[in-house]
Design a protein around this ligand. Sequence first.
Ligand code: F0G
Length: 371
Amino acid sequence: MLFGTFTAFFMPDGAEISRGGGVVARYRNYLPVTNATPIVSLGEGETPLLKAPRLSSRVRCHVFLKCEGLNPTGSFKDRGMTVAVSKAIEHGAKALICASTGNTSASAAAYAARAGIRCVVVLPAGKIASGKLIQAIAHGADIVAIDGNFDDALRVVRELGREGEFTIVNSINPDRIAGQKTAAFEIVDELGDAPDVHILPLGNAGNLTAYWAGYREYEKVSKSRRRPRMIGIQAAGAAPIFFQRVVEKPETVASAIRIGNPASWEFAQRAIDESRGAVHIVSDEEILAAQRWLAQNEGVFVEPASAAPIAGLMKLVAEREDTSLPKNAVIVCTLTGHGLKDPEIIARDFQKSAPVSADAKAVRAAIINAQ
Ligand code: F0G
């Protein structure tokens, strides 16, 4: 097995490269690792906290985008996976298992490959965005597609995990939550304090739980003076927390958050209540419009689930139904996954035209036509 146990690399001229060391190297004291833990890392974390000037002026607040799609496998899952897989190896795991709407399985497959351990992913058949499925295949995971949704897959995985043959790396594993809280640390380290408001998509509700744990922990050790209001955004067709009831057949174009019975429901609800936050819903049309708007006005391409907080922010400001967004508030939106994960969503609206002849005149005519 091969482990990245170095926290820094040294160039021949003595210059130190500290970036890309991974979240355990950066936040070791806040994480459940010891010297006996072999760290499995792909250099996750340290993602850009990008200022969003056009979005800021549209909503009259200071909006920052935490671009988690720039993690090694293209989603925020890598932060938790480095901790969960490292701990699994420390405890002598023989194989990993997870249920997934796609990103967890892509991340688990990559970190398992890095560690040299078997990985089984249980997926709702036909419901995984192509980029994510390709990642699981490429990294050599054993893929089992089930005739059911994500909630069914997680139920099966919980059962198999009890038998001791597999280590579960879903966010019901507390090591995942521990790793994911490092995103909140990075935000506070960069802004100098917590933002006023943090908005993120809600699926299985692990990420909101993790951010809240991170903000609380940093406040406790006086790294920040305040905590943000946590606002979770669900897709209208998959909104169990908003409606306060399990959704038997969740449906949304944002396949990553097509979840009807979130595993971390209670924790997330507590975080939302404690932070005086809220849960809101957005329609599929609003999600897709926000995805396009962000790509074309800020140059940031995210998958549909990651556009949900942008859609939610736009809606809240348009409707002014939430007083938790005062003018000039500092708002962080987590963009959870990269747009290339789900190319079909964009491709289906793209009209392919016949090729024109290879001369400037014909191309100029085509350009005029395209306007
Ligand atoms: N955004 C993306 C891109 C996701 O992949 C997920 C969850 C979420 C948001 C929601 O985060 O579950 O912590 O509330 N994806 C999981 C998966 C369920 O299997 O990849 P959450």
